[in-house]
Design a protein around this ligand. Sequence first.
Ligand code: AMP
Length: 250
Amino acid sequence: MKILVAVKRVIDYNVKVRVKADQSNVDLNNVKMALNPFCEIAVEEAVRLKEQGVATEVVVVSIGSKSCQEQLRNALALGCDRAIQVEAEDGPDSLSVARILAKVAEAETPGLILLGKQAIDSDNNQTGQMLAALLDRPQATFASEIKIEEGKASVTREIDGGLQTLKLTLPAVVTTDLRLNEPRFASLPNIMKAKRKPLEVKSADELGVSVSSNIKLISVEEPAQRQAGIKVSSVDELVEKLRNEAKVIA
Ligand code: AMP
C-alpha cells in the first residue's frame, strides 16, 4: 500500500508573528519557516506504517513556491521515499489545494492519504475534508490512532469529551491530531540521504487545475494588547475592585 502525505510550509510555531505595517498580511521577511506541525505528525505516522510493513512507499507532496522544497527535503529526511512539489506562487486557497491533491492522488493511487488537521498559519481545517469529497472517499478527521487491517483503516478520533472509533474502507483520507504520535528528529545521515531522494516538480497546469482564488484577504490585525495587572493587599480590596471597577460581580 502506498501512502500519500500532504505537507505545508508555514511559519515556525516558535516564531512571534508580526503583522505588516499596512495590515495586508503577516510579515514573512526573514521569518523562520518549518513543516506545519500536524503535517509532521502525518509524515511520522506514514513512516511508522511503512516501518511496520503495512505501507510499501510514502510519497510526500506540497503545493507552493520553490521554497517548499526545503520542507519536502525535511520530510524525506524523516523517512518519506519521494517527493512532489506542485508549483504555486501565491498561497492557493484550500479548494485549489484540494483539487491539486485530488489530481496527484488520481495519478499515484495511494491506499491512504494523510493530511494535518489544520495548517497553523491559515487555521482553515478544511483541505482534508474537501479532498475526501472531491475523491468521493471515506474520511476521518482528528485522528489520535490509526490501525490498518484487512483493507480497512480503524481510526480513533478525538471528539469533545471523548474518543470515537471509525472503520473506513480504503482508500481513505485521514487528518492527524496532536496526540497521534511524537515525530522523530531527522538524523544527520538521513538529512544527507534525503538530498539524493527523488523530488519531482509539476505545475498545476500540467495537472489540469487552474489555481484561482475566490477568497481575498482583506486585513490582518494584532490581538489587542493586554493591560498590565495590579496587586491588591486584601480579599476585601479585590472584591471591591471586582464589584466597582471591573463590574464583573454584583
Ligand atoms: P488547512 O485546511 O489549510 O488547515 O490545512 C490542512 C492540511 O491540508 C495541512 O495540514 C496539509 O496536510 C494540507 N495542506 C494545506 N495546504 C497545503 C499545501 N499548500 N500543500 C500541501 N498540503 C497542504
